[in-house]
Design a protein around this ligand. Sequence first.
Ligand SMILES: [Zn+2]
Length: 124
Amino acid sequence: MAANKCPRCHQGKVFTHNNPYRLQGGMLKMEKTCSHCGEIYEKEPGYFFGAMYVSYALTSGWFISWFIMYGLFLDWSTAFFIGFQAVTILMLSPLTFRWSRIIWLNFFVRYDKKKAEFGKGNAA
Ligand SMILES: [Zn+2]
């Protein structure tokens, strides 16, 4: 899932470039369909709106885990903790963006072994 692969066949790419930190541009660029099985990623306009909720859940999960660590084990000042959160969440945002879209796709698209083996060709 985290590997930037099509949820249907686990072969084709979802994002055009594998590197989420590609600074030359196009780091958020998605393929329209899977090059291997032809799965259409954006089912309808605004389909990825829902991925925002996943993104929110991922970010909250990150924050809450660190908050617990901070409360129990870390001897950090509140200011340092907030700064650390701001910087890490910002740095992770390209990954969060990708993962939330890929996770969102996986909610609706089931893995299909036939598509994985035959691609666009013989799929039933
Ligand atoms: Zn595919």
